[in-house]
Design a protein around this ligand. Structure first.
Ligand code: ZN
Length: 420
């Protein structure tokens, strides 16, 4: 796999060198951003210039059914997406823990809540030199809150262009695609971070239309690590796109028991065919990648040997999971819960408790406990499983609330977020 990677790079390098000769040499303006995308496509020429002790660290944060990644290189930092609104606290505490009070860049790949929702938490702790977004306006409270914070602490919103490059320490960020098609997912900013001979490709929720636009642009896509598009949805990660990337590793940022069925079996099957080693936030928590410029090491927070290519429905929370990731108490394990649910949608909580035991559930909204149909006390079956489904009303206030499940002498509290 790695050999294949090197071969691709050699071919790309040759192509790029030929192209720059044909175009009559390189631009001398080393101003960022620049549309000279060729700069970032010569990883092998940047390898010797990596300073002593330099390293690139990419942390894919487990934010459930959402995206967030923190990238650090030589004391420079960048945040790509911030999870849902309910993840603001998590983003704040990660930056606080790492003492990152200045981010060179914040990227909102696109305007959906599961990408921009938690970014205000970043601006609560840190300021940013540059904030990239595919749009400067979007009709949602969540986006407006993000845009206002970016105005206050992140230099306002900048819409990048394909080919733009930005330095991040010894790494280079190259924009490969933005606003590929009108659908919000397809507006996603797609970018690659090159560091020495290694590269990371971030795709937001770009779907096949946007992937095709990027393929048509001819910008080189080769990367060591791929952040799989749209939480592993079947609408992304097409074979032609995957073939150009040829990743060694892939990371799927996805929530346990999500209502979309992400990641889709077809996507997993394509990754399997491409011989990619897959890591998943739902099974393994935070995924931390470290690059020395030649090799990338991937360290999941837990379940190193999880069956990441298995279907999402077979995922059972690990006993070693910290309570903030997948809530569990000695006697109650959560098999599914609605981390994020929209108005008028049906939410489901499934737990594994003691067999033939009475369990009660309380769903707390802003207005108080819900009296929706389906939330009555229930007795678990012979295997200890019990499940509740109810409809979230169309006028339920958005926000992050709590669900409490009690029975068998145990109580468990699950955070969940209502979206408009
Ligand atoms: Zn998303």
């Amino acid at each position: 796999m790695y050999q294949k990677q090197k071969t691709i790079w050699s071919v790309l390098l040759a192509a790029v060198l030929t192209l720059s000769l044909l175009l009559g040499g390189c631009s001398v303006d080393d101003v960022s951003p620049t549309t000279q995308s060729t700069q970032a496509t010569q990883p092998e020429t940047t390898a010797p210039t990596l300073p002593q002790g330099s390293e690139l660290k990419v942390r894919f944060l487990d934010v459930g059914q959402a995206d967030a990644a923190l990238i650090s290189c030589d004391g420079h930092h960048m945040l790509i997406d911030g999870g849902n609104r309910g993840d603001s606290n998590l983003i704040y505490s990660v930056l606080q823990r790492e003492e990152i009070s200045y981010l060179d860049m914040v990227v909102a790949t696109h305007a959906h809540e599961d990408h921009v929702g938690g970014l205000p938490g970043a601006f609560q702790y840190a300021s940013a030199g540059l904030t990239l977004s595919p749009v400067t306006a979007y009709d949602s409270d969540v986006f407006e809150t993000f845009a206002a914070k970016a105005q206050e602490k992140g230099g306002g919103l900048t819409v990048p262009q394909p080919g733009d490059t930005y330095p991040l320490g010894s790494a280079t960020v190259t924009i490969l695609g933005v606003n590929g098609a009108e659908d919000t997912n397809n507006t996603s900013i797609v970018l690659r971070i090159d560091y020495g001979e290694t590269a990371f490709l971030f795709t937001g929720d770009a779907e096949r239309e946007a992937e095709q636009v990027i393929l048509d642009s001819g910008l080189p896509l080769g990367a060591t690590v791929l952040k799989v598009g749209h939480h592993g949805s079947d609408t992304s990660t097409t074979y032609p796109f995957l073939r150009e990337i040829m990743p060694q590793y892939a990371v799927i940022s996805v929530g346990t028991g999500n209502s979309y069925g992400h990641p889709c079996e077809d996507t997993l099957s394509r990754l399997r065919d491409a011989d990619v080693e897959v890591f998943r936030t739902d099974m393994q928590g935070d995924i931390v990648c470290t690059s020395d410029g030649e090799t990338v090491t991937v360290q999941p927070q837990r379940n190193q040997n999880a069956d990441t290519l298995g279907p999402v429905t077979s995922t059972e929370p690990s006993e070693t999971q910290p309570e903030t990731q997948a809530p569990s108490q000695a006697g109650i394990q959560v098999l599914a819960w609605p981390e994020t649910v929209g108005q008028n949608e049906t939410a489901t909580v499934t737990i594994q408790g003691l067999p033939n035991t009475n369990y009660s559930i309380t769903v707390n909204y802003k207005s108080g406990p819900s009296s929706a149909e389906g939330l009555e006390d229930k007795t678990s079956d012979g295997s200890g499983q019990v499940s509740w489904s109810w409809k979230v009303g169309g006028r339920t206030s958005p926000g992050t609330f709590h669900i409490t499940v009690s029975g068998g002498g145990e109580t468990i509290t699950l955070p969940f977020t209502i979206t408009e």
